[in-house]
Design a protein around this ligand. Sequence first.
Ligand SMILES: Cc1ncc(COP(=O)(O)O)c(C=O)c1O
Length: 223
Amino acid sequence: PRSAIIRLMLDLAEEMDIAVIEDAAYQSLRFDGDAIPPILALEAERKNGDLEACRTIYCGSFSKTLSPGLRVGWVCAAMPVISQLVLMKQAADLHSATLNQIAVASVAEQHFDSHIDTIRSAYRARRDAMLEALHAHMPEGVSWTKPEGGMFIWVTLPDTLDGADLLKQSLESERVAFVPGHAFFADGSGRNTLRLSYSTSTEGKIAEGIERLGQLITRALNG
Ligand SMILES: Cc1ncc(COP(=O)(O)O)c(C=O)c1O
């Protein structure tokens, strides 16, 4: 289970004396299943709640929940880490735009929780629409994940197909876009995988897009 893997990772980080960077941009977009505790929370539990003794650097973002253009996020970590980050941020760009920070603080205080509820249920419905369409239109040999949160479904094609080639054909003949999975693999594998996003399209468009993609994949496998 996830918490056992994280405990091993924290043991290893301790042994090697290195930081753990927790990239939690999608944390609040979980719409199914039990809540997942942050790595930082699991580490803090081990250290009797003392954040100052933790090596995990938790990075949150408003990009996936409010707007990526505001460029506002937050870091939760031990004070010496925060002090160094403040210096680095100043050296990089002085600071994030003050007006944007004020706008985010105001939205976060007044509307954030209800907004999150809204996008969670929208994403759940869009995920369901995509899963249903995949089930209806993908040929045998194609498999996919059933995410409990976030914006993406991960598709695995038979080994004979290449996601990048398929994207080219899909844009030309079907006008359907996706991200070929290869770029997400550090070891150079994953050529037969795709990342599908259900975040910005309506349920009707998702159904149509997946039907077209399913037809293209069926033709590619038969041809
Ligand atoms: C896993 C992950 N972390 C971070 C980001 C970017 O966050 P920010 O816009 O706050 O830099 C993204 C989105 O592009 C992401 O997918």
